[in-house]
Ligand binder design. Structure first.
Ligand SMILES: C[S@@+](CC[C@H](N)C(=O)[O-])C[C@H]1O[C@@H](n2cnc3c(N)ncnc32)[C@H](O)[C@@H]1O
Length: 285
């Protein structure tokens, strides 16, 4: 699933960092690019977006029903408007709505505003398929060992053990910035959330959990993470997607990699072979 801030481009690299821990946890699931690359046997997957979790839960438990419902839907403005305006109650209806809108909206994404309303116009590419049955069945199989929850990250992190592997990909909120994209994020994920999140992750990393964090390339953000417990790596992405053309083009992001990973993984080798440009800025070796 294509998702704003999705990590398909980085998924192989992040997946290569983890050793085989018993359980994988991803509290900011979005489209789950890293999860579907790693395909761990047991996982806790969560996101604050209830419709997204309803979609993954229905795909996991009732793939045939999802496929049956999606495969009869046409791609046109009228159907799009009908689904965009709907507020379904059942898990299956919510799943069908999200998957339909995700496929048919402009740029093929599903995005909600601060009030939780879907806010992308119609506009998918020619040849788009609303229903890829084979892919949905593969996703269903990949999700079999996962627990899916719609919750705030704090609730999920309370359940985490220091023996877990954890991937964190929150909205990229920074403290001071007037860029519209970040102003939008600030309303859904505040600077206080960033601070709270880092505090919990510092504790988990210090106690041996394998933690990888994607975040905005900003000193204030990296400053929240303990230098004893995290390596700070700047990575470059070929092209950033932003609301306006001015913000497209190469851009930097941060990866924070916990000490427990630095001990077993050959970071230089992983970045070299994945083709992702990376520079160790600070922290453990
Ligand atoms: C950058 S996206 C994750 C993208 C994902 N890694 C992928 O590959 O598609 C961030 C996700 O965090 C979720 N989110 C925002 N605030 C949250 C919170 N307080 N607790 C849990 N999830 C949250 C959003 O709904 C969004 O799906």
């Amino acid at each position: 699933m294509k998702w704003p801030g999705g990590k398909r481009w980085l998924a192989d690299t992040v997946a290569a960092l983890f050793s085989k821990r018993d359980r994988y946890v991803e509290p900011f699931l979005g489209g789950g690019a890293v999860y579907f690359t790693l395909k761990p046997r047991t996982a806790i997957l969560a996101d604050i977006n209830e419709d997204l979790i309803a979609a993954f839960t229905s795909v996991r438990d009732h793939p045939s029903a999802v496929i049956r419902r999606l495969s009869v839907l046409r791609i046109n403005r009228e159907t799009f408007r009908r689904y965009r305006g709907a507020s379904p109650d059942t898990m299956l209806d919510r799943a069908v709505r999200l998957l339909y809108l995700n496929r048919t909206a402009f740029n093929g994404i599903y995005r909600v505003n601060a009030k939780g309303r879907f806010n992308v116009p119609f506009g998918c590419k020619k040849g788009t398929k609303v229903c890829d049955g084979e892919n949905l069945r593969a996703c269903s199989r990949a999700l079999k060992g996962s627990t899916l929850t719609s919750a705030d990250f704090r609730t999920v992190l309370r359940e985490v053990r220091v023996s877990d592997a954890i991937y964190i990909d929150p909205p990229y909120t920074v403290k001071h910035d007037n860029n519209g994209f970040r102003r939008y994020n600030e309303r859904i994920f505040s600077w206080n959330d960033q601070v709270d999140l880092a505090r919990k992750l510092n504790f988990l990393a210090e106690n041996g959990a394998e933690v990888v964090v994607s975040n905005a390339c900003h000193k204030e953000v990296s400053g929240l993470y303990s230098r004893q417990d995290f390596a700070v790596v700047e990575i470059e992405r070929a092209s950033c997607v932003a609301g306006d053309a001015q913000h497209r083009g190469p851009c930097k992001e941060l990866l924070l990699i916990s000490r427990s990973i630095g001990r077993h993984a050959d970071l230089d080798g992983i970045f070299k072979s994945s083709g992702v440009r990376a520079r160790l800025v600070a922290g453990i070796r």
